[in-house]
Design a protein around this ligand. Structure first.
Ligand SMILES: C[S@@+](CC[C@H](N)C(=O)[O-])C[C@H]1O[C@@H](n2cnc3c(N)ncnc32)[C@H](O)[C@@H]1O
Ligand SMILES: Nc1nc2[nH]cc(C(=O)O)c2c(=O)[nH]1
Ligand code: SF4
Ligand SMILES: [Mg+2]
Length: 253
């Protein structure tokens, strides 16, 4: 089994804030897949979104050191498992599958998740959720999922409304399969309150919402609170929270 990967490293989860389903502050081994079908204007992993340009993957040689060695893509599943196990510090909450978009490599993702479960790890899926058919293939072995709702201002795709509906469907599939799921909305200075209200209506009774300002932050804090209030009015006070990309402030991976 082959995978097109970007990197494997050991860090703590820097996103998600304090909502149920979030693994914020938990130690994880991150497996970043190469390749994405969306093009968010603010993507911080854009060097990995064209898989054909990711000729090699890197793996941390000692946990949490940021020291890497490289192997050519596509990666062998066995080599990836070896790299992950070498980073097992004994305090790992879960394995984070991110990207790029991990669900684009559905079969390889499933094979890796199955292997990690067999080895006693929980699976944490970080996804744009735009591919519910792919989500269906991995939902039963997903323990936690952070599913993005792509705001209009991300300009991720032409038909943004349809994307949002697919993301909500993915959340439903994951939840029905028993995963702990939260939705994550990256907001910018251009985010419209009417759109926030729409996302919240779609998520009501389904999943809590983490509101994460785009980094570097340019949205005024008062505006962030307006977005928060609108989401809380619809979803309920306990079902909304802020999320900041704390790893970026602390200069860790
Ligand atoms: C790089 S993405 C990979 C997973 C998947 N493709 C997705 O978008 O959910 C991981 C997370 O980082 C967030 N992210 C990426 N760039 C960001 C930025 N500049 N500011 C804030 N969040 C960002 C995404 O919204 C997503 O929640
Ligand atoms: N520390 C840390 N936390 C993260 N949470 C989500 C990440 C991602 O890029 O998916 C990420 C990441 O790259 N590093
Ligand atoms: S979906 Fe994720 S990986 Fe793809 S462009 Fe958007 S933030 Fe980047
Ligand atoms: Mg990141």
């Amino acid at each position: 089994m082959k995978l097109v990967l970007a990197e494997v490293f050991n860090s703590w989860q820097g996103e998600g804030g304090s909502l149920p389903g979030s693994a914020f502050g938990r130690r994880q081994i991150f497996v970043r897949f190469a390749g994405c079908d969306l093009r968010c204007g603010w993507c911080d992993s854009r060097e990995y979104i064209d898989a054909s340009r990711v000729s090699r993957w890197r793996y941390e040689i000692e946990p949490f050191t940021g020291r890497f060695e490289y192997k050519p893509n596509p990666a062998n599943l066995e080599d990836v498992i070896k790299a992950i196990l070498h980073l097992d510090t004994g305090d790992i909450h879960s394995i984070s599958y991110t990207g790029g978009e991990p669900t684009l490599q559905t079969r390889a993702l499933r094979a890796l998740m199955e292997k990690m479960k067999e080895l006693g790890f929980d699976n944490f899926l970080e996804t744009h959720g735009g591919l519910p058919e792919a989500i269906r293939e991995v939902a039963d072995i997903t323990d936690y999922a952070s599913v993005d709702i792509k705001d209009e201002s991300a300009k991720a795709i032409k038909n943004w409304r349809e994307l949002v509906l697919r993301e909500v469907e993915s959340i439903r599939i994951l939840k029905d399969a028993g995963a702990e799921v939260y939705a994550k909305l990256v907001v910018t200075n251009e985010t419209k309150l009417e759109n926030v209200r729409w996302y919240a209506e779609l998520l009501k009774g389904l999943a809590p919402l983490a509101i994460q300002p785009k980094e570097p932050i340019d949205i005024p804090m008062a505006r962030l609170m307006d977005i928060y209030r609108v989401a809380a009015e619809v979803l309920g006070k306990k079902n909304v929270g802020l999320s900041f990309q704390v790893h970026k402030y602390l200069n860790v991976l």
